[in-house]
Design a protein around this ligand. Structure first.
Ligand code: ATP
Ligand code: MG
Length: 389
């Protein structure tokens, strides 16, 4: 039977939360492979074991697992009895058909009761491999490493490890609301929060009825792609054009963008309340555009009680774009569109507004009513991954 060994990451460090984190990781691995032939997931000492009911699907399962946050690495492995002869016989099978000139053996004992030390196992299996194949040991730079994991009841042998994304299992850090725009930045912000264990609910504001549906369609595509990291997503689409129009007729032009942002934050906070989310996330990075000065960031978040977190705050556009390419959202984000924030925007927006100035500018508006309208008109969509599950 083919098995996959999954090693996890910094979970190992969080002593008290460990059982909770592992449970979430197992749950996520199940969901990530819901449409693949994974028969059972076992929690062994310090790693997880996935038993597959179909050997030929191992590659597809590895492809899924390498995207599950919390996974440090994963490798197809063969099970072996806890005897030297058993391990030799298994090593033979693991190495069958491999061509290599140099190798090393790296044994690890999670079972300290095993009579041989790791070093003794390395030497014994190393001798065996050298006798069987025309190869030599190279400890520093081997072409191939034979890993041996000694567990309490059995051993596992494997070769390469496929690296995972690291981070923490989605779900362990609670829920957040991400303001998602269809641009390059906010999808990366969402990804980074998921990677720190957050479940993300998405809120998108669109310029209907003044702008076409393109940003909505882009945002859907982005959320669909990001759902492969959290298995189920909710996207709330809020028609914002008419609310913006009210702002436009009631407040001085230079404050428009900031008031849009404050209203977005308030509506998002309302959604967060409904969903039990503990923070609002944006894709802002310091100084990237006029609305992202320290002063203006302060003014935006002053409108809400929940913390506004900005995981990209210290990154520059190049770094963010590179990460977006890695995630796969970049190509979607660069499709042309018109973000609703560009609606009715003056050439010279305020870059250093104060909270007092903004509070005064907001006086003519019935904020509660505007939030209520936004909430009432919002439409929610759901996404799942794998799609059939
Ligand atoms: P992005 O690439 O994420 O659009 P940006 O560099 O274009 O960011 P802004 O347009 O100033 O920057 O937006 C800053 C942040 O405000 C975005 O990252 C996003 O979190 C939020 N935001 C902007 N427009 C919208 C929108 N239409 N719907 C939801 N959130 C938005
Ligand atoms: Mg944008």
């Amino acid at each position: 039977m083919t098995v996959l060994l999954v090693h996890y990451h910094e979970i190992a460090l969080k002593a008290r939360n460990r059982p909770f984190f592992i449970k979430q990781l197992v749950h996520n691995l199940r969901r990530a492979t819901a449409d693949l032939p994974v028969r059972r997931i076992r929690n062994l000492t310090g790693r997880l074991l996935l038993e597959l009911s179909e050997e030929r699907s191992a590659g597809a399962v590895v492809d899924r697992i390498r995207q599950v946050f919390g996974v440090a690495n994963c490798s197809p492995a063969l099970r072996s009895p806890l005897t030297l002869e058993g391990m030799e016989e298994t090593a033979d099978r693991v190495l069958a058909g491999r061509s290599f000139q140099t190798f090393r053996v790296t044994a690890r004992r999670a079972n300290k009761a095993f009579p041989l030390t790791s070093q003794q196992i390395n030497e014994a299996l190393g001798d065996f491999v050298r006798k069987r194949f025309p190869v030599r040991v190279d400890l520093k730079n081997p072409e191939l490493t034979l890993f041996i994991q000694i567990l309490p009841k059995e051993a596992f042998l494997h070769l390469e490890k496929t690296p995972g994304p690291g981070g923490l299992p989605v779900g362990v850090a609670g829920r957040v609301v991400v303001l998602i725009s269809g641009g390059i930045d906010s999808p990366v912000a969402a990804y980074r929060m998921m990677r720190r264990g957050c479940l993300v609910s998405f809120v998108h504001f669109h310029g209907a009825p003044f702008l076409d549906r393109r940003t909505q369609e882009k945002t859907r595509e982005i959320v669909k792609l990001l759902t492969r990291f959290q298995y189920a997503s909710r996207l709330t689409l809020v028609p914002f054009g008419e609310l913006q129009q009210e702002i436009v007729v009631n407040v001085p032009a230079q404050y428009r963008v900031l008031l849009y942002r404050r209203l977005m934050a308030r509506i998002a906070e309302h959604m967060a309340g409904l969903e039990g989310a503990k923070a609002i996330i944006t894709g802002e990075s310091l100084g990237q555009v006029a609305s992202q000065t320290l002063e203006n960031l302060t003014v935006t978040e002053e409108a809400v009680q929940l913390p506004v977190l900005r995981p990209l705050i210290g990154m520059d556009k190049e770094e963010i774009s590179d990460q977006a390419r890695g995630i796969g959202t970049y190509e979607i984000s660069i499709q042309p569109d018109q973000d609703c924030c560009t609606l009715f925007v003056p050439r010279h927006p305020a870059t250093r507004a104060t909270v007092e100035e903004i509070a005064r500018a907001e006086l003519p508006l019935d904020i509660d009513r505007l939030v209520k309208i936004g909430v009432e008109r919002a439409e929610m969509e759901t996404f799942t991954f794998p799609e059939a599950s």
